[in-house]
Design a binder for this molecule. Structure first.
Ligand SMILES: [Ca+2]
Ligand SMILES: [Ca+2]
Ligand SMILES: [Ca+2]
Ligand SMILES: [Ca+2]
Length: 410
């Protein structure tokens, strides 16, 4: 939309005419509709042919950016009252479009081969397993559904859609009851929201969640023992349709109840503003990335595979260290490990999916169950100067003009 307006404004300057949103062409619906959209996970768009005969839509344009219209292959056909699914994977070949869809929402357009705009759908933020579509097919009634019907009828009614799930506390202990709270996209027509939980591969117990202040709440009682608690949510509406979170029926949410003594690890030194110190060479060239040094003050080696690093104290589960390379992820007793905070986990098991702000933020390492091992909040940082404990594992922090990544702090 922004580009459309900018374009029309630049044309407008030449024509000395006014420019407004109304300069965007009107949609003149014909028989082909953008019928259903999935934008989180594999992105796709389902088209629907409302006509009583097969339509040739070869050369039709689908796009989310007016400067990058994607033309459907010649002689692409869509049967009477039938569907055609376009995979939006950025590959730009055949029925695979040259763009992806934003899970936070955007607008997609459909034009005939002669450039006539015949449909336009602005969809909202969508979670995995949710779609935005027309109920019934080809109608003007669009809504978020908690399930999808790729290449098949949307039906007359959408499934209820779950907007959010939270648990409190986020990192429960053995003696903690856990409150699970569910927000629905809309509470209208919701029949029941249920919580199912189990301890360590046992059978699931069902809890009917109660509506309070707009949210559905259910409680998983304190388990009093170690293990792994799995849980999922099921919501149904008065039309008998239901949805699940997580959307994939083989997945659950889970938390670990664990009594291991936490290892003696410290965030020992870090650099949040690296422009010429200590290059990361794992990508094949010198990259001056942020880094974090961790010190193992214990008498035993510690494998941090399966533990978490985070730059946000309220989200201990931010990034899980891979478990498949224990040689790389084990810190010797009294030794150090260096993690690159470069937002590029593909460069190896010691690369995190976040960087550090040189204006200051949190750094923490958390155990496999989310318990805090060590966390630190820092302020504004200077270029190529590290900030670390003196001595290793000590309580006093200072700036190091000569950083010592993966070596003792002097
Ligand atoms: Ca469908
Ligand atoms: Ca940085
Ligand atoms: Ca890097
Ligand atoms: Ca050091």
């Amino acid at each position: 939309m922004l580009r459309l307006v900018l374009m029309c404004c630049s044309i407008g300057l030449v024509l000395i005419s006014s420019c407004s949103k109304e300069d965007e062409p009107n949609v003149e619906n014909e028989d082909i509709f953008i019928n259903e959209i999935h934008a989180s996970g594999p992105d796709w768009i389902e088209l629907y042919n409302a006509a009583d005969e097969t339509k040739n839509i070869g050369g039709y344009f689908i796009y989310d950016d007016v400067l990058k219209k994607y033309a459907l292959p010649a002689n692409t056909s869509i049967p009477a009252k039938g569907y055609l699914v376009l995979n939006c994977d950025d590959s730009g070949t055949g029925l695979n479009t040259n763009f992806r869809l934003s899970s936070t929402g955007e607008t997609v357009y459909l034009e005939t081969s002669s450039g006539k705009l015949i449909d336009k759908v602005t969809f909202p933020a969508l979670r995995d397993g949710q779609s935005y579509g027309r109920y019934p097919d080809g109608s003007s009634f669009l809504s978020v559904s908690g399930n999808t019907s790729q290449g098949a009828a949307n039906g007359d009614t959408q499934a209820p859609a779950i907007a959010s799930t939270t648990r409190t506390p986020l990192v429960p202990g053995l003696a903690d009851a856990v409150t699970v709270q569910v927000g629905m996209v809309s509470n209208a027509g919701v029949n029941a929201v249920k919580l199912f939980y189990r301890l360590t591969s046992g059978t699931f117990t069902e809890v009917t969640m109660t509506l309070s202040a707009g949210f559905y709440n259910g409680v998983i009682p304190a388990q009093g023992t170690t293990g792994k608690v799995d849980y999922y949510i099921e919501a149904s509406n008065t039309s008998g349709k239901s949805t699940r979170a997580p959307s994939n029926p083989s997945n659950t949410y889970s938390y670990l109840l664990n009594t291991d003594v936490l290892p003696s690890l410290f965030i020992n030194e870090f650099m949040a503003y690296n422009t010429s110190c200590c290059p990361d060479t794992d990508g094949g060239t010198n990259e001056y990335d942020d880094w974090i040094e961790i010190y193992n003050a214990g008498a035993q080696p510690v494998n941090i595979g399966g533990m978490y690093l985070s730059d946000n104290k309220s989200n201990p589960f931010n990034y899980k260290i891979p478990t498949d390379n224990p040689t790389a992820t084990t810190i010797p007793a009294g030794g150090f490990i260096l993690l690159w905070a470069d937002g590029t986990p593909t460069q190896g098991p010691l690369h995190l999916d976040f960087a550090l702000s040189n204006a200051g933020e949190d750094i923490g390492i958390y155990y496999i169950d989310g318990r805090e091992i060590n966390a630190y909040t820092f302020g504004a940082q200077s270029e190529n100067v590290s900030w670390g404990r003196t001595l290793n594992g000590g309580n006093t922090w200072k700036a190091f003009a000569t950083p010592t990544p993966k070596a003792s702090n002097n």
